[in-house]
Design a protein around this ligand. Structure first.
Ligand SMILES: [Zn+2]
Length: 237
């Protein structure tokens, strides 16, 4: 369960504007869908990287603000969120490295949204086919000798073809360069970026450098890199 009590007052570095944010006492980390590109569905945990727009026009991250007080009731304004549809425009402005990293990470996930829809529909149809193949109708078809046995195909987990656009690749190349320069390099993230760019040998190398090599995510990435699969995948934790 996610709950909060009162509000922290925070000031931005750019112009010292003060905003209020909920003081969380607990955060629910669960989500209904996990994706290899880091996207989450129905997550109560914020996944927007803390990107906000200050009233002076500067884009900043919540983690870069200063804590300047606390209030029980909200009187200071809420920080302004940035919508996914604005990210393209945000990237055309002057951004410091840590902000650009967050914007490009979010833009990556945003550009994968249409594919996620294709994927969900494809998997739903495949799952229905699988259920139907075990159903009553096929029992009759079998008796009549008309059932086409395609169990061999049922075992293969399929997803739609993933064909990245030029804009997508360009964004990921830039993001990769940014995270390679950052102090908190996440090798699992660079593995995923390289995999979606179909640079599988480099993805293997990045994965071998990760300290996390036993988690659900790491195991899935190892399998996908091995299969030379480039699509974002949905999985359960
Ligand atoms: Zn400002």
């Amino acid at each position: 369960m996610t709950s909060y009590s009162g509000f922290n007052l925070v000031a931005t570095k750019c112009c010292g504007a003060v905003y209020s944010t909920p003081r969380y006492s607990s955060i629910n980390m669960s989500a209904s869908e996990y994706w290899t590109d880091g996207a989450r569905l129905h997550s109560l945990m914020p996944t927007d990287g803390g990107l906000r727009r200050c009233k002076c026009g500067t884009f900043y991250l919540m983690k870069s603000t200063f804590n300047v007080g606390f209030q029980e009731e909200r009187t200071a304004p809420t920080p302004q969120f940035v919508n996914d549809s604005e990210l393209d425009g945000v990237l055309k402005t002057d951004l410091i490295q840590e902000v650009e990293t967050v914007v490009r990470r979010r833009y990556w996930r945003f550009l994968n949204e249409p594919y996620r829809d294709l994927y969900r529909v494809h998997r739903e149809i495949e799952d229905l086919k699988f259920q139907r193949s075990k159903g009553f109708l096929n029992k009759i078809l079998k008796k009549l000798g008309l059932f086409k046995d395609d169990r061999a195909n049922e075992d293969k987990f399929t997803v739609p073809d993933f064909v990245p656009s030029k804009d997508f690749c360009n964004n990921l190349e830039c993001l990769l360069a940014l995270i390679n320069e950052s102090e908190s390099l996440d090798h699992l993230e660079s593995t995923e970026i390289l995999r979606e760019l179909s640079r599988f040998d480099e993805a293997e190398q990045a994965l071998s450098m990760s300290v996390d090599d036993v988690s659900t995510t790491a195991n899935l990435l190892r399998q996908l890199v091995g299969e030379r699969a480039n699509a974002p995948y949905r999985y359960r934790m």
